[in-house]
Design a protein around this ligand. Structure first.
Ligand SMILES: C[S@@+](CC[C@H](N)C(=O)[O-])C[C@H]1O[C@@H](n2cnc3c(N)ncnc32)[C@H](O)[C@@H]1O
Length: 501
């Protein structure tokens, strides 16, 4: 462990966040201390202080900045990584278009595999063998990676996701490496840019039709993520598309985009300008003013509020009756009628809960949490059509709401729309990977469709998540079952789907 004091490491961490957007939690202190030691060599404490000051002042640039970022990030990439997203882009903007005029950005392109994959995709879809009117720009702040990208030479390992026939069409073997075809290279340019730096001549309105920024924002602070996504929204043409990595979502980050689903993947489409304003004015979108992390925390608090006054399904002890006047906890800011309704849901008195929720004043009834509680009660009363309409209402204000997506999946299954139900479950788990119930539901739906392997994967995931699932969420969305029962159900389903193939 290097001898840098906590103070320097904190400053180093702040400077990395401000200069490059990179986020490190407390558990990464030792890692950061090691990085700093390597950057300043034998210079010790004074050199470390001077280095952090230069970094804060934006005076660490070029090779040194690249080295620093390389130490702090993962540059892993390969051709056609997350292939569903390339198919989704092709279906959305390439299929059926003769000579598409397209400007695509690969933001955080590393050594260029993503940018070239996009160019290959375009070429494969332009029928006259030309490049049409398409351009791909790759940007990164690592000049070494960009130099490699410009060469266009790759090892077979980088090409592991490229089918053989395509490999033969667009690469020429050169010694132990593969050289990308000149016609593909002609479509692509690379620039050294920091995503955090504003450059109006680059990020002008309508500059891009699609942006791929995958496996980059997951390393960013919430503030940097929001700033970069705002920049993307401003630089995208109307209806432009944004592709993030599979572990990255815009939940709690931006309301400027619609969530789109294709195959096993999700991506985003810029909302029309007027629509954005309408949505940001809605109370539910207050989450956009918060950090990504606190938004997730807030979602959990919100669920807790929804069910506060109701004992968690598996918590021991007597149930406290609702207080006269409604409030179950002094700091509960929820509408006053809600606590009574929650308690009724906990007691499975769904019709009573609906009566209470129906008597709320208009503003309270329009609260998304009240709508979700009503949707839960309606589902349990068999009024699934009405519950479905409410889910759509909640999603119209906040389409990144995982609980509304999950409830909608239950409603769609009830209506016989299994495909739609699976899509909503997938959206729910994409938006909140810790949400156990949609995994379980997805497993049951896949089993019905005869997809045993897919069902098994979903049950395994549900089984792993269920012990850690929020107790209030089990209460509200567990269909009246306790956590124990849901766990046993996962285990039984896993046994029923047999051993993995
Ligand atoms: C894991 S790679 C992602 C490569 C590719 N997008 C993919 O998904 O395969 C992350 C890249 O983001 C780049 N990066 C990190 N912070 C950046 C910033 N502030 N501006 C530009 N690029 C950045 C890193 O240099 C690295 O090359």
């Amino acid at each position: 462990m290097p001898a840098h004091d906590r103070d320097i490491i904190d400053h180093f961490r702040d400077a990395l966040a401000r200069r490059f957007g990179l986020a490190f939690d407390d558990g990464k202190r030792t890692f950061l201390a090691d990085v700093l030691t390597r950057r300043v060599g034998r210079g010790g404490e004074p050199a470390a202080r001077a280095y952090v000051e230069r970094l804060s002042a934006g005076r660490i640039r070029g090779e040194e900045a690249a080295e620093l970022v390389r130490e702090c990030t993962v540059g892993e990439t390969y051709f056609f990584r997350h292939p569903d997203q390339y198919r989704a882009l092709a279906d959305a903007v390439l299929v059926g278009r003769e000579r598409p005029r397209l400007r695509i950005l690969s933001a955080g392109c590393a050594s260029g595999e993503e940018a070239y994959s996009l160019a290959v995709l375009v070429r494969e879809h332009v029928s006259d063998g030309s490049n049409g009117d398409a351009r791909v720009v790759g940007i990164d702040l690592n000049p070494d990676a960009l130099a490699k990208a410009a060469l266009g030479r790759y090892t077979p390992w980088s090409l592991r996701g490229v089918p053989d026939d395509l490999r033969q069409r667009v690469f020429r073997v050169s010694g132990k490496e593969h050289q990308i075809d000149a016609s593909v290279r002609a479509l692509v340019s690379f620039e050294e840019r920091n995503l955090l730096d504003d450059a109006p001549d680059f990020w002008y309105p309508g500059a891009f039709d699609a942006i791929f920024c995958r496996n980059v924002l997951m390393y960013f602070t919430p503030e940097a993520t929001r700033a970069v996504v705002d920049r993307f929204a401003r630089a995208l043409a109307p209806g432009g598309l944004l592709f993030l990595g599979p572990a990255e979502t815009l939940r709690g980050v931006s309301n400027d985009f619609h969530l789109c689903h294709a195959g096993d993947t999700f991506y985003y489409q810029l909302r029309p300008a007027g629509e954005t304003a309408a949505v940001s004015a809605a109370p539910v979108t207050a989450v956009a003013d918060e950090s990504w992390v606190s938004a997730i925390g807030r979602a959990s608090d919100r669920i807790a509020r929804l069910s506060r006054g109701a004992r968690a399904a598996d918590a021991p002890g007597p149930v406290a009756p609702p207080r006269p006047g409604g409030g179950t906890a002094p700091r509960d800011p929820a509408p006053p009628g809600l606590p009574a309704a929650r308690e009724m849901v906990r007691q499975e008195r769904y019709a009573d809960a609906l009566a209470v929720l129906g008597s709320l004043a208009d503003a309270e009834r329009d609260d998304p949490d009240a709508k979700l509680l009503r949707a839960v009660s309606l589902t349990n009363c068999g009024q699934v059509g009405a519950a479905e309409r409410l889910c759509h209402e909640v999603l119209a204000g906040d389409e990144l709401n995982p609980e509304a997506r999950y409830l909608l999946a239950l409603c769609l299954e009830h209506a016989g729309n299994l495909g739609g139900a699976m899509e909503q479950d997938q959206a729910a788990v994409y938006l909140d990977p810790q949400f156990a119930m949609p995994h379980l539901h997805l497993g049951l739906l896949r089993k019905r469709e005869g997809d045993r392997a897919g069902a098994r994967r979903a049950f395994e995931r549900a089984l792993a998540l269920m012990p850690r699932e929020d107790a209030p969420r089990v209460l509200l969305f567990g269909g009246g079952f306790t956590r124990e029962t849901l766990l046993r159900l996962c285990e039984a389903e896993l046994r029923a789907t047999g051993t993995p193939q």
